[in-house]
Design a protein around this ligand. Structure first.
Ligand SMILES: Nc1ncnc2c1ncn2[C@@H]1O[C@H](COP(=O)(O)OP(=O)(O)OP(=O)(O)O)[C@@H](O)[C@H]1O
Ligand SMILES: [Mg+2]
Length: 327
């Protein structure tokens, strides 16, 4: 037995779909091309990537909802295609959206129904349902019909459902999408709490700050392939130079600033955006002192309209990796 909760080896998924109802033409989509990674027990692992990158497809293969086209994956050493039932007993998943909940039933009745499906003892069910509703902040709405819930509330109920049978590994596909900032913060707190209890979590999100705050390690997936995998702090060091300057200047002063920046060309990368009548320089550098020195006469003569200096964020790294892939 090793220490992995998830082991993924050369996983691949191809979808074949018909173009229309009557059409005989088929279309194939390589949703996941070749993905390999491991997640340790107790780890919070993030899967990031653009729309259509293959995140949900990967999560669905790992949670036994979709069959892989090729490759292997195991959960706590159990093969996802061969030992499906044993895998299902140890995992919980939440894919969000309204599907999978019964609108005419209350949240409590929905959870009761799923508890029965999971084969939970009635005494356990009685204890777990209020606990889970409390965890996701729905304790006072438990008796209301789910069709009267906002989408964020339905999203939270999905999470409660995923946790009912106290699984060791939880797949959360965009858990905070559509949830208001306070609710999202509470949900992130609940996620941290689950990790503190020793659960393993695989999370997908489009919110970089969320990934940075929560994840022990992150894999960035693009067009069905993993293009980066590391801790947030190591990923952030991937881009050489770690300070960013955003400089707004009027068009008429643009040329002189550009000429100055060219003098130290070797220690920075510059991107220029036209925002008529202004231009915006985005400068990335490993030598911020030099850039600051060079900017100071422009600042004192008030030629610079706005200046923002900040350190690299995970979002910068993400954008640079994904755009680098496209280039
Ligand atoms: N059931 C399906 N039939 C056909 N193609 C599919 C199916 N599900 C997903 N795909 C395709 O597979 C690719 C990957 O989709 P997937 O849902 O895994 O992306 P994702 O990374 O989760 O994106 P998002 O961030 O938008 O949720 C897309 O091109 C999508 O159109
Ligand atoms: Mg998705």
């Amino acid at each position: 037995m090793n220490n992995y909760a998830i082991e993924v080896n050369k996983l691949r998924k191809i979808f074949t779909t018909r173009a229309g109802f009557w059409s005989r033409k088929t279309k194939t989509t390589v949703a996941v091309e070749d993905v390999s990674f491991n997640v340790c027990k107790g780890e919070l692992f993030g899967l990031l990537g653009p729309n259509g990158a293959g995140k949900t497809t990967t999560v669905k293969m790992l949670s036994t909802i979709l069959l892989p086209t090729a490759g292997t994956a195991s959960i706590f050493g159990l093969d996802v295609t061969e030992q499906t039932q044993a895998v299902r007993e140890r995992i919980g998943f939440s894919f969000g959206g309204a599907r999978g909940l019964y609108g005419r039933l209350s949240a409590v009745d929905n959870l009761r129904y799923f508890a029965e499906l999971y084969g939970l003892e009635p005494s356990t069910t009685r204890e777990r349902i209020p606990e889970m509703l409390e965890l996701v902040g729905l304790a006072d709405r438990g008796e209301d019909r789910v069709e009267t819930y906002s989408s964020g509330m339905q999203q939270r109920l999905h999470l409660a459902r995923a946790l009912l049978h106290d699984p060791e590994l939880i797949f959360l596909d965009e858990p905070t999408v559509g949830i208001d900032p306070v609710g999202a913060r509470e949900l992130r707190k609940a996620i941290k709490e689950l990790v503190a209890q020793g659960k393993t979590i695989l999370l997908t999100t489009h919110y970089m700050a969320e990934a940075e705050e929560l994840c022990d390690r992150i894999a960035i997936i693009n067009e069905g392939l993993i293009v980066a995998l590391d801790t947030p702090s190591v990923l952030k060091k991937r881009i050489s130079g770690d300070t960013l300057f955003e400089i707004e200047i009027m068009n008429k002063n643009f040329a002189s600033l550009q000429a100055q920046l060219q003098k130290i060309d070797s220690c920075l990368t510059v991107q220029i955006t036209d925002a008529h009548p202004k231009k915006i320089f985005s400068v990335r550098t490993s030598q911020p002192d030099k850039v600051m020195q060079l900017l100071s006469p422009f600042l004192s003569s008030q030629q610079i309209l706005e200046l923002e200096v900040r350190n690299q964020t995970l979002e910068d790294v993400y954008v640079s990796i994904i755009q680098g892939e496209k280039a």
